[in-house]
Design a protein around this ligand. Structure first.
Ligand code: ADP
Ligand code: TYD
Length: 217
């Protein structure tokens, strides 16, 4: 670890359709207006392991929940340290990185099928490599998210993915809260009501981000 001022790593979490990508775009625009350039990224990645995972999520490639949980942990390590655009290199250089999903997604989604402690353990190296300065959880009712996803499919095409089922979304939401409780001593988590208008959600996100930047001045 060098002594150089580290950048910020801000993660967005939530169930499918909760508005994470919308809020990352809005935050990136707002940061840019204040003169702060940020780098936005996402998981599963568009690298080799993430591409494999996406084939599994749409049902093109058969898998098993244990395999997919392990692949997500490996995709995350690649996301952090790969030589082309690894996130650790960016934060080490002082960049602000906004990330759509990180290890809390693994804790919440895979704990439906495997003990959460195993999933946390499988991601221990990732947590050691880079812990978010802030995790923003956009909390939206699963029924509302499911309606949003169906609307998006109607407008833009595509079909429902592996975890886009109402009972799964309810389980995942509940697992997020269990995960926050399990690791709350080592993490900074902001829970935001994502049922408001996009602008109001963005304002709530901004207040948390501002606090983070001001506390580290
Ligand atoms: P995610 O990245 O979490 O899957 P998106 O940002 O893609 O979510 O949002 C899912 C859908 O819901 C999109 O069609 C988006 O325009 C819409 N949406 C996002 N935020 C809100 C909001 N606060 N109120 C209503 N619709 C929203
Ligand atoms: P994503 O493309 O972010 O979906 P959405 O935009 O609809 O929220 O993520 C794809 C799916 O991958 C989503 O259902 C959540 C799941 N996922 C996991 O199961 N484990 C993980 O570790 C991550 C990062 C995502």
């Amino acid at each position: 670890m060098n002594n150089q001022k580290k950048g910020r790593f801000i993660v967005f979490e939530g169930i499918d359709g909760s508005g994470k990508s919308t809020q990352i775009k809005m935050l990136s625009d707002r940061l840019s207006k204040t003169g702060i350039q940020s780098y936005s990224t996402f998981e599963p990645t568009d690298g080799p392991i993430g591409t494999l995972i996406r084939q599994m999520l749409i049902g093109d490639l058969a898998t098993d929940q244990r395999t997919i949980a392990s692949l997500f942990a490996a995709d995350r390590t690649d996301h952090l340290v790969n030589k082309k655009n690894g996130v650790c290199h960016k934060t080490d250089q002082g960049q602000v990185v906004l990330c759509d999903r990180y290890y809390f997604s693994s804790y919440a989604y895979h704990a439906q099928y495997i003990d959460m402690a195993w999933v946390i353990n499988a991601n221990a190296l990732n947590a050691q490599l880079l812990r978010p300065d802030l995790t923003v959880f956009i909390d939206v009712d699963p029924d509302n998210c499911f309606e949003r996803i169906k609307k998006r499919i109607k407008q833009k095409g595509g079909s429902l993915e592996m975890y886009e089922k109402i009972d799964i979304m309810q389980n995942v939401r509940s697992n997020y809260f269990k995960a926050f409780e399990a690791v709350r001593k080592s993490e900074t988590i902001a829970i935001i009501d994502g049922g408001q208008s996009m602008e109001n959600v963005a304002q709530s996100v901004w207040e948390q981000v501002k606090e983070l930047f001001e506390s580290e001045k």
